[in-house]
Every structure is written in structure tokens, then in C-alpha cells.
Design a protein around this ligand. Sequence first.
Ligand SMILES: Nc1ncnc2c1ncn2[C@@H]1O[C@H](COP(=O)(O)OP(=O)(O)O)[C@@H](O)[C@H]1O
Ligand SMILES: N[C@@H](CC(=O)OP(=O)(O)O)C(=O)O
Length: 453
Amino acid sequence: MKVAKFGGSSLADAGQFEKAAAIIRADSERRLIVVSAPGKRHAEDIKTTDLLVTLAADVLENGPVEESLQAVKERYESIVRGLGLSGNPAAETEQQLRKLIDEYKTDPPRLMDALMASGENENAKVMAAYLQSLGETARYLSPEEAGMVVTDEPANARILPEAYARLKKLREEEGILVIPGFFGVSKAGHIVTFPRGGSDISGSIVAAGVEASLYENFTDVDSVYSVNPSLVENPKEMKQLTYREMRELAYAGFSVFHDEALLPVVAKKVPIAIKNTNHPDAPGTRITAEREREGLPVIGIASDSGFVTINLTKYLMNREVGFGRNLLNILAEEGISFEHTPSGIDNMSIIVREEYLNETAEARILERIRQELNVEEVHVERNLAMVMVVGEGMASTVGVASKATTALSEAGVNIKMINQGSSEVSMMFGVNAQDADLAVKSLYKACFEKEPV
Ligand SMILES: Nc1ncnc2c1ncn2[C@@H]1O[C@H](COP(=O)(O)OP(=O)(O)O)[C@@H](O)[C@H]1O
Ligand SMILES: N[C@@H](CC(=O)OP(=O)(O)O)C(=O)O
């Protein structure tokens, strides 16, 4: 039994639906289908999820909603018309959206989640109807019926452990089940979305739940490339990578697969295949627990911006028992999660995502650090990017760090910090956000184009 997830680009219009349905029908093992909302049809297009965000914003501003509501309806109308489906599913979609608006208009976070989730929910109904029209035994299955029970924090759902036993029962179902991605239902009965891009997470949870033989993630590229293809022309394709490598690369900016989508399948060792809906015969990329080590120690290079660092100095910090704990405690009390903590003898940096540290929070936290920890110096640096060099082979290869730092210095990129975890599967460089693309390109050149490390 395989789980196939189709991303927004794979379901952007009727033509893409036809390709996805042909893929589903080509393999009788593809029994659980997870769908995203219709994505971009061309570079300037707007994803349905973003149209729904605009609709929610219009509702919350008490402005006119007809234009944004019609924009969503039109996306489904053109798909349904193109597929020649009978009835009037787009009118049902409109009705459903109006009902959700009425139900949740006084509760902004719930309204946002309920409307955003509609993109996937309505698309799953269309896909099920289309497969039925082709003569397949297929049905729409809501996340609630499927057993996708999640925590209750809007826009940040996490799967509850009990969901897996419920999902396992789907193995016994006949025919093809089409499940909307991107959201689950909390115990209180609320629709709760995963973070943006979260249909990958839904697919992974379903694959782990039914203990699938394979989790296929259909998207719009032939493979995961060693570097973001918008930065480097014809980058190297990856045939195989490990869960750990993908996790690091996805975390650091490879948007082709959500970094939170690794955990569910890792636990059950379900292999992942990233494949192209527009080119389904291409081999794609396999992600598994282990891979053959051949070729270069570095497999990929990624970068992500939007980081802030809190730098602090205190003489004899290394001798002060509990200093780190007290510092992290302040962040915990302020509800801030941290990403990395590189440190020296008398100094420490805490790297956090910019969205957690607005200027009001910054002033309050710096004051607390000064008062409660008696530091000599503390300041914040914004506009940072983290550049990640990843590969299982790095641990056993001498010279990767020197090759990387030489490449960055030759490109004139100032390295603000270096961090390497104990697993040695990745090496991270903090740089100014405006240098990030240059850093990635020069590292790619050094690791893949010049004489390899
Ligand atoms: N290293 C990479 N390899 C492949 N694609 C990448 C990489 N980094 C970023 N991407 C981008 O990820 C996109 C696919 O992800 P996404 O837009 O979320 O697809 P989907 O619509 O299938 O969910 C590709 O079109 C590509 O632009
Ligand atoms: N539609 C949601 C969830 C998702 O995963 O979409 P996609 O598969 O197009 O990345 C979003 O845009 O965030």
C-alpha cells in the first residue's frame, strides 16, 4: 500500500488533475491519496491558500468579501468545468465558505484555519469525484473520519499519538481514499492547520499510520537538487539521501519537502520518493534511513533567512553553574523557542527566528537578561541567514570545513558564526542575509564544480 501526496503545483488546474489521476490509476498500490489546494498555474499566479488568507482578512476587517470569495470559487469552477464533472461543486464550495465565515467570524485564528483548510478540503472532494467519474472506486475521506487528531493550537497543529492507531484501520478500507492535506481536527472539534506547506506533513502521518510501503510526494521537479534550482542553473540531481540529510536541508530552505514531514515516516522507516507529476517516469529522489556512500561527502547546500541573534558576554561565564539554564529559562518564559546556541568561554549567542522577536519583545528580554544574569554586554543582531552544508560523508572526510571557509572568504562573504552539531551531518554558517545567495553559490561551486572535496 502506497500513500501518494500531490502538491499544489500538481493540482493547479484541470490538466494537472488529469496527470495526477493517471498516476494514481497506473499503480493499484496507490490507495491513499493526500491532496493540497490548487497551487500556482504560472509564476505570477496566486495559490488558493493565499486567496483564502485574503478572504479571511477581508472578513476580519469587516470589508466586502464578494471579490475574494469569487476569486476562490473561480479556481474550483475552472477545474470542475475542465474535468467535465457533473453537478455544481463550485456552488457547494461557496456555500461551505459562507457557512464557515458565519460560524467563525468572531474568532480570528479559528476563522483563518477553517478557511485556509478549505482549499485542501474542497480539492479532495473534486479529486474523489473525478476519480469516480473515471470509473474508480474512490471516495473523499475527511481528516476527522480518517482519525487525524491534532493539538488545538491554530496554524501550528501537531499530531497526537493516538491518531496512528486510528489511521492504521484505513488499511482495511476498499478502493481509493482521497484525504485533504494540511489540517487535522482537535479533540475539541476544531479544524487546525499544520504550518504552511503542511500537506507534506499530512501525507507523512498517513503513510506512517498505515505503515505504507512507500510515501510518494508528487511535485513539479524531477528530483531534489543539491541546491535550490532558482539559484544555480542545472544543479546536480540527488538520487538518494537519508532522512537526516533531508531534515537538515528542508529545515535550511529546501522548500520541496517540509522539514516537519520527516518525523512520522522516520519512526516507521517508510521510504519517501519525491517525484514529478509532469514527468512521472523520471526516477525521482529516494529518501531512506541509510544510503550508499559514494561520490562527494557533501550532498546539498541550503540557506534560509529571517534569523536574529542575541549575543551576550559575561566574564567567567564558563564557571557559573546554571548560567545557560537561566538564560534559556528567560526565553521559555517569554514563549520563544531557540534554534542554535553557539558559545565561547565568556560569550554565548542564541539564534532565534525573527518572527518570535519583535522590537517590543527584544527590549523586554534584553532588560531581563541584563537584570537577572548580570551580563557585561548584550546586543541583538538582525537580518541573518543560516547557510547549511549537509552530507553524511562529512564526518569521515578531512578538509570540508577548510574548503567551505576558503570558498566563502574568496567570495568576500563575512562569516558571523560557525556551528557544527555532534552528528557532523551538517555544518552551519551564519552570514548577513544579503550575502546568503552568494554564499550558497560559492559553496556549491567549491563542493560540486571545482575539484571535489
Ligand atoms: N533543492 C531543491 N530541489 C528541488 N526543488 C527545490 C529545491 N529547493 C527549493 N525547491 C523548490 O521547491 C519547489 C517544489 O515545492 P513546492 O512549491 O512546495 O511544491 P508543491 O506544489 O508540489 O507542494 C520546486 O519547484 C523548487 O522551486
Ligand atoms: N496549501 C497549503 C499547504 C501545502 O502543503 O501546500 P503545497 O503542497 O502547495 O506546498 C499551503 O499553501 O501552505
